[in-house]
Structure formats: structure tokens, C-alpha cells
Design a binder for this molecule. Structure first.
Ligand code: C2E
Ligand code: MG
Ligand code: MG
Length: 758
């Protein structure tokens, strides 16, 4: 209180005086004292009592201080507000009850008001003795008598209640503001578009994303019908889609948009969208509008579509893959069953594709597949399905045909189309197709059997020569089953050493001397007995087992001849048959060299027999392989000569030492003039090309006589000797020098189908 300024500095004036309180008891004391007569004193006492009563009845706190600022009066309300008793207030400065934190501010304002001679008002806290705080409103006015400042009067109003209400309101306002701000920022920063409507379906709000996606600014969109701002259509039907806000309001629940919903922006640009609408409720639970939340799913929808496409299509050709094919086939079967129609499945395999791929590279191979795919698609109707089944295999589904002949017609069309060479990477590539056909319902009633049977028929087409189509027949299936059986047994045979070699002598027709032997494989099957190669070589070729089997033959033949040599026998060169698959093996040369090295056999004792078609199939690269074999010292023979189409120019270029005339020509030489002419021509050609000519399948003395007359070098056949077991053959080698055709009539194996076969 002592720091309070002296009130004397305040100067009274009329204006201030009229605003100041009438009087305060102590301030009136000098006045009262001045009153001399009793009447006047009574009147004053009355007045004072009235004043006290009024003052104490006032809810306003009243505090009167003298000119020095010391309290000489406080009323009951003041004492209640300040928490101080009358005695406690007496003599204290008016600012003593003000909270220390507010005091400085209040005094500054007070001085300012005093200087300006203006009434003073302020709001400040009172700090009570007990530590509690009361918000007050303060007013102050000077009390001057005759122009002299006598006192100062302060009124104090307890405004705690109003203050706390104000605080609550301000806090609520702030919370609301924050809440609104938070909602706004959230709505503008989320990736989803948010749009609200009122109960009538007019737009009441859009966030930034919604603005961008609809093409409408918030200001423009406000109050417009939703359909105008949020235009959606069904992506599939292109029809306007139902308004989701309307439904959410009507049904008073969240509703999803239609599955394939497309939003049309104000400028016409479309985007696939997804999401939902929900009703907005007021505090009484009544629906007041709806909110639609949506987001752009164009990208994810496009990815989904792409993934779905990839899963069902071949990447290289873009054609349906086997999964989609199977699905369509099963649909086609279902429809055909209901409508009594037929379905055809064509299984296509490109002939010689592997060879093109190997020799010209994968890039050319890939382009060729694409070119073929294009041709196939052009040959069928849009309702048919062309599928790349894998590798060089294609499957065509003719979903609805009248008769199997329709499928044959398509197969012919495919063959015609493939007759035109494909121009790929500067190459003119000729592609032929082997086609197998199965038809629903005759060849199967489900996808698996139809696929399997078309595949079987395709194998038969391939076996019948290239560029051929075959319908599936039940008989094929039996063979297919047998083929599977044989394949399994062959694997076991390899492991369990069930193969043996027989040796068939080759005889010089002039001297009768044995010049060589052909190694012929036999299979001692524990169930079927001796099985001839005609029964299993083809299957071994198809399933690739021919490679390990061929290696076994080569090794065994070399080992055997070396064993005979080691035993001091006058062994002869051995001819080993090499199949097409083996010949195409990259490591053929290495394999032969390794086996010769392992067995220690000199290469001049080894001859390899290759059929004409194997050699001519890829004549140019054959030259290189044959040259390499020749360089190793291995002899080469053309087997079954006359059955294929040899190019004479190649025959001359190939380092061939031996021509073996196929036994089909030899069979009828004595009776058929054409065959006789062919055989004698081949003999002449061989002589010109300095090649050794061997007639195969010499079975009769008449044939032998013919061959001798026409100066055929050598012969091989039952008339000379059957193929013999190694043991029997060794006996023959023992007395080799004296051999004459008749002496050679050793009865070895009689060949397949012979009643004397082992
Ligand atoms: P090929 O190379 O033409 O072998 C000659 C076939 O004619 C042999 O049949 C032989 O037994 C048979 N033969 C010999 N003389 C006569 C005769 O006077 N009359 C008749 N009708 N047949 C005679 P085989 O052993 O059944 O072999 C058949 C074919 O199997 C062979 O024909 C050859 O292409 C293939 N083959 C045999 N062994 C092997 C082998 O180890 N590897 C490969 N890749 N193929 C082999
Ligand atoms: Mg042969
Ligand atoms: Mg032959």
C-alpha cells in the first residue's frame, strides 16, 4: 500500500466531482466537525447513518482513501470481496488488495487516468489473504471540497462470475476454431476427395481434391445440385449412375458407389473412382445432408486390368495363354452340351522350330513365333481362340462347329497360310505345322481329355511326316498309353542295364571277307523278353531318352571292339546308328571323342550311321559336324539310302565313306525292274563318288546274285548273317580269314516279328 501514489496529486474539478461519490464517512468528518448547531449535527448524523446503511447495502465494494491514499473507510461489500476486515483495510493503500501480478498494470492505468483527469476504470484480480483470487472491476474518482482534494473513492465490483464465463466462452471459441481449422486442414490434406450436400442434395462443401477431381471450385459449386458438380456414370454401360448422396439420405446409412464408377470432370475428362456416401446428422440425430468420399482408382484399376491380362495372356504374342484357353474350352463345352453342338480343339506344333531358334538365335525365334501367331489368328473367326500353349505349340479352339470336317477345313487353311515363308530378320523362314485335332463330344467330354487327345493326334501327325493334320482316334490313345508305359520302362532299363548289342556282319561280296559290323541295340525286358529297336527307339527319341541310350550304345560298341582287339581277335570296324536327336546334340563330337578316349579304341574302328533325312534336315550345319568327325578319324555312312531326299550336291560335299542301300529297294531287286534300276544307279553313283556301297537286307541268294552282277561292294542281311550276340560274333572273328557267305549263315537274332526271334 505504501507504494501507492499520494492522492493529493489529484485535483478536483466539477466534472470529476459530479461523477464522484457523494461523500464517505471519514471524508465528511471535517464537514461534520464544522457544523456547530445541534440541528445541523443531527441532520449530519442522520445523513451519515443513511449513508452507512446505503453503503453497506450496496453490492459494490466501496473504499475511501484520504488525500494521501490511506484508507479511512471500506464498506461491507469491499470487505467481502477483498477478504479483509474493516480494521484490516484502515490505513492501507487502495491498491494493497490487488494481485501483485496485476498491480503494476492497474497503477499505470490509474496514473494515466489521473493525468488526463479522466475517470479510472480497470479490471484486476484481488488476492485475498487466504490465497483465493477474485476478479474485480475497479472505478475511482477523486472527492474534492472547494477545489481541494479531500479524498478518493473507489468502487469494486466482483466480476469473478462473468470472468469465468468469459474464460469458458473464450476456451470454447478457441476449441471450436481449432476444431474447424483442424477439420479444414485435414480435409484439404487427405488424398480423398470430400464433398458434402445439404438435405436437398445441393453441394455445401468440397475439399481441394474434390475441387481438382470435379473441376469445380468451392465457390462455384456451392448451392448447385450434386449431379451437376459430381457427374458419375457406369463405366461398363456408360449410363448415368445413381446419386449416392440421395440414397444415403433416403436410407439414412452409408452406401457404396457402383463397382465400375467413372467420374466425369467438368471438362469431360474421366477417372475411375471408388468409395462411399454417408448421411450427416445434426445433434438431434436428424439427417441434414450427406458426405461423399471418393478417390481416383484409374491407376490401380488399370494395373488390375493389366495384371488380369498378363495372367491370362502370353507376353510374347499377346495371345491367350493355356489358362485362359482352358477356361474358354470349358465354357465352350458347357454351351455345346446345352445346344447339342460340337467343339474342336486343334493342337499345333511348329516343325523344326527348335532348329531355327538354335541356329538363328532367340530374337529371330521370337519374331517368328509372333509372325506365326498373327497368321493363325487371321485364319480363324473372331469367336475362336488362338492360344500360345508354350514354346512352339499353339492351340486353337473352334468353339462352335457343325461337323468335324469344319476343323479339317481350318487345318487345311492353316497349312496353306504357313506355306508362305515368314520374313524375319532378313531370313525367309519356312514353317510347317503338325496339327492334331480332337472334337467334343466324340473324343472327350472334358478339357483334359480333349487337350490330351489333340496332343496325341498331333504326335501322330508329326510321326506321319511334317505339315500334316490328324484327327484323334481311339487307337492313337492306346498307343499313347503304351508310349507312356514304354518310356517308364526305358528309364528303368537304362538304370538296370537291360540293353544289349548284337552285331551284324557286313560282307565283301567278292571276297566274302567280313569288312565290318553294325551294332544293333536290343532290350532284354524282364516282362516282354527281347525287344527290338523299332519298338522303342522312336519313343526314346520323343522323350529325349535316346541321348543317354545312344551314349550307352556308343560306349558299349567301342568297349566291345577294344575288348576283342585286346583278346587278340582280328576285330572289324563297328557301325553305330546315330538318331536325329543325338546328331543335333551340341556335345556329340565331345561325346564321341571322350568315349574313344575312355575305351582306348582307335577311331578307325568306329563308323557312325546317319539317315539321309537327318543329314539333309540341316545340311549346312551337318557339313561342319561331319567334317569334324572325319577329322577325328571316324568313318561315316548314310543309312537307309534312297528313302529320303538327298541333295546330290550335298552328298558330294559330305565326307561320307559308305552308302547303305535301304532294304526296301533290295527286297525286290530280282523281280521289280524299277528297284533294280535304282539299286544299280546307286551302286554306280557310289563308285563315282568313291564311296563304299552296302546293300542292306540281303535275304536271298537271288538278291545276292543280282548285287554281285552289278558289282555292289558289300552286303548285310540274313542271307549273309543275322545280327549276332557279342559272344557268337567273337566266335566268327576267330575264324575270320576263311569266311565265305555260306559259312556265315550263323543264326543270330532273327529280327522283329520273326518266328525265330529270341
Ligand atoms: P538299320 O540301321 O537300318 O538296321 C538294320 C536293320 O535291319 C536291323 O533291324 C536289322 O536287324 C535288320 N536286318 C538286317 N538284315 C536284314 C534282313 O535280311 N532282312 C530284314 N527284314 N531285316 C534285316 P533292327 O535291329 O530291328 O533295327 C531297326 C532299326 O533300329 C535300325 O535300322 C536302326 O535304324 C535302329 N537302331 C538299331 N539299333 C540302334 C541304335 O543303337 N541306335 C539307334 N539310334 N538306332 C538303332
Ligand atoms: Mg543302321
Ligand atoms: Mg538301315
Amino acid at each position: 500500500m505504501n507504494d501507492a501514489p499520494p492522492l493529493v496529486r489529484l485535483v478536483d474539478d466539477d466534472a470529476a466531482g459530479s461523477r464522484s461519490l457523494e461523500a464517505t464517512p471519514n471524508a465528511l468528518i471535517p464537514i461534520l466537525a464544522a457544523a456547530s448547531d445541534t440541528e445541523t449535527q443531527d441532520a449530519l448524523r442522520n445523513s451519515e447513518a443513511r449513508f452507512r446503511a446505503m453503503s453497506d447495502a450496496s453490492p459494490l465494494g466501496i473504499f475511501v482513501s484520504d488525500a494521501q491514499g490511506r484508507c479511512d473507510y471500506s464498506n461491507a461489500a469491499y470487505q467481502r470481496i477483498s477478504g479483509r476486515s474493516f480494521a484490516q483495510t484502515l490505513g492501507t493503500n487502495w491498491s494493497a488488495a490487488i494481485h501483485p501480478e496485476d498491480r503494476q498494470r492497474v497503477l499505470a492505468a490509474w496514473h494515466a487516468a489521473a493525468r488526463a483527469r479522466e475517470p479510472f476504470h480497470s479490471e484486476a484480480r484481488f488476492l485475498r489473504e487466504d490465497g483465493s483470487v477474485v476478479w474485480t472491476r475497479l472505478n475511482a474518482a477523486p472527492l474534492s471540497v472547494g477545489g481541494t482534494l479531500q479524498a478518493h473513492v473507489q468502487t469494486v465490483e466482483d466480476i469473478s462470475e462473468r470472468k469465468s464465463l468469459e474464460f469458458v466462452l473464450r476456451a470454447a471459441e478457441e476449441a471450436l476454431f481449432e476444431e474447424k481449422e483442424r477439420a479444414q486442414v485435414t480435409l484439404d490434406s487427405i488424398g480423398d476427395a470430400v464433398l458434402t450436400t445439404d438435405l436437398l442434395g445441393n453441394v455445401s462443401y468440397l475439399n481441394l481434391v474434390a475441387e481438382a477431381m470435379t473441376g469445380w471450385s468451392r465457390e462455384e459449386a456451392l448451392g448447385r445440385p450434386l449431379a451437376e458438380v459430381f457427374t458419375i456414370i457406369d463405366g461398363t454401360t456408360r449410363q448415368a449412375a445413381a446419386n449416392p448422396a440421395q440414397r444415403a439420405i433416403e436410407e439414412d446409412r452409408s452406401v457404396g458407389l457402383i463397382a465400375d464408377c467413372v467420374l466425369v470432370r467438368r471438362d469431360g475428362v474421366e477417372s475411375a473412382i471408388e468409395d462411399s456416401a454417408a448421411p450427416i446428422h445434426n445433434r438431434y440425430g436428424q439427417v441434414t445432408g450427406a458426405v461423399i468420399v471418393f478417390h481416383d482408382v484409374s491407376q490401380s484399376r488399370a494395373i488390375t486390368l493389366k495384371m488380369a491380362h498378363l495372367a491370362q495372356h502370353d507376353v510374347l504374342t499377346g495371345l491367350p495363354n493355356r489358362f485362359l484357353m482352358t477356361e474358354r474350352l470349358s465354357q465352350a463345352i458347357g454351351l455345346a452340351r446345352r445346344h447339342g453342338r460340337q467343339v474342336a480343339l486343334l493342337f499345333l506344333d511348329m516343325d523344326r522350330f527348335k532348329h531355327i531358334n538354335d541356329s538363328l538365335g532367340h530374337v529371330v525365334g521370337d519374331e517368328l513365333l509372333q509372325s506365326v501367331a498373327g497368321r493363325l489368328v487371321a485364319c480363324v473367326r473372331a469367336s475362336d481362340t488362338v492360344c500360345r500353349y508354350g514354346g512352339d505349340e499353339f492351340v486353337i479352339l473352334l468353339a462352335d462347329i457343325d461337323k468335324p470336317q469344319d476343323a479339317a477345313h481350318v487345318a487345311e487353311k492353316l497349312h496353306q497360310a504357313s506355306a508362305v515363308p515368314h520374313l524375319v530378320g532378313g531370313h525367309e523362314l519356312h514353317v510347317s505345322l503338325s496339327i492334331g485335332i480332337s472334337v467334343y463330344p466324340d473324343d472327350g467330354s472334358d478339357t483334359n481329355s480333349l487337350m490330351g487327345n489333340a496332343d496325341t493326334a498331333m504326335y501322330h501327325a508329326k510321326a506321319s511326316g511334317r505339315n500334316v493334320y490328324r484327327f484323334f482316334t481311339a487307337d492313337m490313345n492306346a498307343r499313347a498309353v503304351r508310349r507312356l508305359l514304354v518310356e517308364g520302362s526305358l528309364r528303368r532299363a537304362l538304370k538296370q542295364d537291360e540293353f544289349v548289342l548284337h552285331y551284324q556282319p557286313q560282307i565283301d561280296l567278292v571276297s566274302g571277307a567280313m569288312t565290318g559290323a553294325e551294332a544293333l541295340i536290343r532290350w532284354r525286358d524282364p516282362d516282354f523278353g527281347l525287344v527290338y529297336p523299332g519298338e522303342f527307339i522312336g519313343i526314346a527319341e520323343e522323350c529325349g531318352l535316346i541321348v543317354p541310350i545312344g551314349r550307352w550304345v556308343l560306349r558299349e560298341a567301342c568297349r566291345q571292339v577294344q575288348a576283342w582287339l585286346d583278346a587278340g581277335l582280328q576285330a572289324v570296324p563297328v557301325a553305330v546308328n546315330i538318331s536325329a536327336v543325338e546328331f543335333r546334340q551340341r556335345d556329340l563330337l565331345d561325346g564321341v571323342a571322350l568315349i574313344l578316349e575312355e575305351t582306348g579304341l582307335a577311331s578307325r574302328y568306329l563308323e557312325l550311321e546317319l539317315t539321309e533325312s537327318v543329314l539333309m534336315d540341316n545340311a549346312e550345319s551337318s557339313v561342319a559336324v561331319l567334317e569334324a568327325l572325319k577329322a577325328m578319324g571316324v568313318s561315316l555312312a548314310v543309312d537307309d539310302f534312297g528313302t529320303g531326299y538327298s541333295s546330290l550336291s550335298y552328298l558330294k560335299r559330305f565326307p561320307i565313306g559308305t552308302l547303305k542301300i535301304d532294304r526296301s529297294f533290295v527286297r525286290d531287286i530280282a523281280t521289280d525292274a524299277d528297284d533294280a534300276t535304282i539299286v544299280s544307279a546307286v551302286i554306280g553313283m557310289g563308285r563315282n563318288l568313291k564311296q563304299r556301297v552296302i546293300a542292306e537286307g540281303v535275304e536271298t541268294s537271288a538278291q545276292l546274285a543280282f548285287l554281285r552282277t552289278h558289282q555292289c561292294d558289300e552286303g548285310q542281311g540274313f542271307e549273309l548273317s543275322h545280327p549276332l550276340s557279342a559272344h557268337d560274333f567273337a566266335r566268327l572273328l576267330l575264324g575270320r580269314k576263311d569266311l565265305q557267305p555260306r559259312d556265315l549263315s550263323a543264326r543270330g537274332d532273327q529280327g522283329p516279328g520273326s518266328p525265330r526271334a529270341h
